[in-house]
Design a protein around this ligand. Structure first.
Ligand SMILES: N[C@@H](CCC(=O)N[C@@H](CS)C(=O)NCC(=O)O)C(=O)O
Length: 215
């Protein structure tokens, strides 16, 4: 197997550390015990090579031999094809992983992005825009709460890459205390992030950016 190379920024400010999306890729690589190395791209000076690998000038991207993939969701599915630790091999299990991966990215992350941004920016909660975003977020969390009240993991009674992604999306909501009224969602995030692979991924990301501070 060719070397897997995960590229992330060389440095980011304090606030997003622990949330930069290379973390979800590190997490998947650790869960699957796939060998990889991490390379850095400048945060401040995003040149043509960066835009060639990631058209929006963002991170992460993954290099797998002569394949270069951007979008964390696509990267996770690429890795899931390599390891049954991330996705079952039977057609039903695979289909359910796909649906929940897309649900995390499209149905839950759609409101969670503006919701978290409103909190991060400290925008007033009383504007019509803030109330709209709050209602939209609540709609999705109410449904996730109903799902997660009935099961520990989303697919086939076991941890998969769908849980990894959903937990990472909900982790951002939790960061701004948005799961306080959702005990099952909160417990799901706690269950997922207590896994050794998450802890290693998190520690490695923090160490990566701290090393840049030191340099
Ligand atoms: N949809 C992309 C989003 C990637 C993304 O938002 N990356 C952030 C870091 S977590 C970034 O590069 N932000 C800097 C920017 O957008 O300029 C993915 O999931 O890979």
């Amino acid at each position: 197997m060719s070397d897997l190379i995960l590229t992330t920024y060389d440095w980011v400010p304090e606030a997003p550390r622990g949330m930069v999306r290379d973390l979800r890729v590190r997490w998947a690589l650790e869960e699957a015990a796939l060998p990889y190395r991490v390379e850095s791209t400048p945060f401040r000076d995003r040149g043509p090579d960066h835009f060639a690998a990631q058209p929006f000038g963002q991170v992460p991207w993954l290099t797998d031999g002569d394949i270069v993939i951007f979008e964390s969701g696509a990267i996770l599915l690429h890795l899931a094809e390599k390891s049954s630790a991330l996705m079952p091999t039977d057609p039903r299990g695979r289909a359910e992983v796909l649906e929940w991966v897309i649900a995390a990215l499209n149905s839950v992350d759609l409101p969670s992005q503006p919701w978290a941004l409103f909190r991060f920016m400290g925008f007033p909660r009383t504007s019509p825009e803030a109330e709209f975003v709050e209602t939209f977020m609540k709609l999705r969390l109410d449904r996730m709460e109903a799902v997660l009240a009935k099961r520990d993991w989303l697919v086939a009674d076991r941890f998969t890459v769908a849980d990894l992604l959903m937990a990472d999306v909900l982790r951002q909501v939790n960061k701004f205390d948005g799961l306080a009224a959702y005990p099952a969602c909160h417990a799901f995030v706690a269950r997922a992030t207590s896994r050794p692979a998450f802890k290693k991924a998190y520690a490695d990301q923090m160490a990566h950016f701290a090393a840049a501070d030191a340099a």
